[in-house]
Design a binder for this molecule. Structure first.
Ligand code: S3P
Length: 445
């Protein structure tokens, strides 16, 4: 059990390159494995989630070298070259591994079982199992639609047109991966835009994808050609530093090489609407993904009603956004975000509990949260930036909860202790070292 110990105060400064994008790293292994030829990946996230995906493909006979300083070489086996693993595939804490693999494995001629850690074993899988069955997959979940996911050898998959009830890139990607193995055309319609890394990377691997408004389609039966993948820094990991630098007085930080795919930039729009000072520079393309450096300076934040269309575009960033809200003037209201309840933890409840420990006025709702900024809530005499207390937070093993409360210490009046932080390694290896260098008074015990 890792615990974070934080002293209050400080500011964030300097240049920070956070680790590689988790979503892009997963997909580089998956598509590289079933492509023809050798895929060279750089900037790969050496975090436990991406390693879970890597180990899954190694277990299916794919030779993968690395990661070594972010470099990975995937020796593609082609569309039909995967072999049956000798036991269940352990996806660890990674929902992306389990949901995307479900789609890809639905098209293989061998059986397999997907399991995970105690958090993943509670997460909903029917959202992929149900449409995959409609495609002809022989797939079963455990009780209540939770893992394990058991997939029998594929008969013939057929393409379907599917209207997704939830805006989920994982579901969309899972069906597209199954669609590669299906007869005919697979079309997925999403209720709101979600991250499109799968579509971009499939194209980079030479596969035809037709995107029309909110619908994406592909024909099964084609092939993927290996292509080099440069993984940008993960905007979801940078989000903690964006919030930290915004709330801590005299901060000035440059976050470099960040992926700014427009399906991921809700955090920028939300923080700017709250009054944050974010400047983008050096905009360029890296392996089919737009990239920029982002300078963040401290600013006086105000509470807002978060526009619902930004929810899927910032879906992983709400724990950090709640900390920004706790430091703002006035009330922040989030609605339309019930998906947060089925992430690595129930992020609405766990964040509300933690904020209340600090004395912040946070009210969870079924689909969001209401937070009264601590500045506004404090009496005029105490209305400084340092306007909530310290205390002991339980992260419930959720990496993003742990990193969010670490940033909260920058403006707390007393030390913050965060329990159950080992899973930060799933998405952000080296978080403590990078945070210390930037100015956070954090230590792991
Ligand atoms: C991801 C999609 C999101 C996100 C997750 C990664 C992906 O999940 O929360 O961390 O790589 O496709 P949903 O698509 O289920 O919202």
């Amino acid at each position: 059990m890792t615990t974070y110990l934080l002293n209050p105060g400080g500011k964030l400064t300097g240049n920070v390159r956070v680790p590689g994008d988790k979503s892009v790293s997963h997909r580089s292994i998956m598509l590289g494995a079933i492509a023809e030829g050798i895929t060279e990946v750089s900037g790969f996230l050496e975090g436990e989630d991406a390693i879970s995906t890597m180990n899954a493909f190694r277990a299916m006979g794919v030779r993968i070298d690395g990661p070594l300083q972010g470099r990975v070489t995937v020796n593609g086996v082609g569309m039909h070259g995967l072999r049956a693993p000798s036991g269940a595939i352990d996806c660890g804490n990674s929902g992306t591994s389990m949901r995307l693999l479900s789609g890809l494995l639905a098209g293989q001629d061998f059986a397999c079982e997907l399991v995970g850690d105690s958090s993943l074993m509670k997460r909903p899988m029917r959202r992929v199992a149900e449409p995959l069955s409609r495609m002809g997959a022989d797939i079963a979940t455990g009780a209540d639609g939770r893992p394990p996911v058991r997939i029998a050898p594929a008969k013939a998959l057929r393409g379907i047109a599917y209207d997704m009830p939830v805006a989920s890139a994982q579901v969309k990607s899972s069906l597209l991966l199954a669609g590669l193995y299906a007869q005919g055309r697979t079309c997925v319609r999403e209720p709101a835009p979600t991250r499109d890394h799968s579509e971009r990377m499939l194209r980079a691997f030479g596969y035809r994808i037709d995107v029309n408004g909110n619908q994406v389609c592909l024909d099964g039966g084609g092939k993927l050609r290996a292509a080099p993948i440069q993984v940008p820094a993960d905007i979801s990991s940078a989000a903690f530093f964006m919030v930290g630098a915004s709330i801590a007085p005299q901060s000035d930080i440059l976050l470099t090489d960040l992926g700014i795919n427009p399906t991921r930039t809700g955090i920028i729009d939300i923080l700017r609407a709250m009054g944050a000072d974010l400047t983008l520079s050096n905009q360029r393309e890296l392996g089919g993904e737009p990239v920029a450096d982002i300078r963040v300076r401290s600013a006086k934040l105000r509470g807002i009603a978060i526009p619902e269309h930004l929810v899927p575009l910032a879906i992983d960033e709400f724990p950090a956004i709640f900390i920004a809200a706790a430091n703002a003037d006035g009330e922040t209201v989030l609605t339309g975000a019930e998906e947060l309840r089925v992430k690595e933890s129930d992020r609405i409840q766990v964040m509300a509990d933690g904020l209340r420990v600090l004395g912040v006025n946070a009210t969870p709702t079924p689909d969001g949260m209401r937070i009264v900024g601590a500045r506004a809530a404090a009496s005029p005499a105490t209305a400084t930036a340092h306007s909530y207390s310290g205390g002991e937070i339980d992260s419930h093993g959720d990496h993003r909860i742990a990193m969010s409360f670490a940033m909260a210490a920058l403006t707390a009046r007393a030390p913050i202790t965060i329990r159950d932080c080992a899973n930060v390694a799933t998405s952000f290896p080296g978080f403590v070292e990078i945070a210390v260098r930037a100015g956070l008074a954090i230590r792991a015990a």
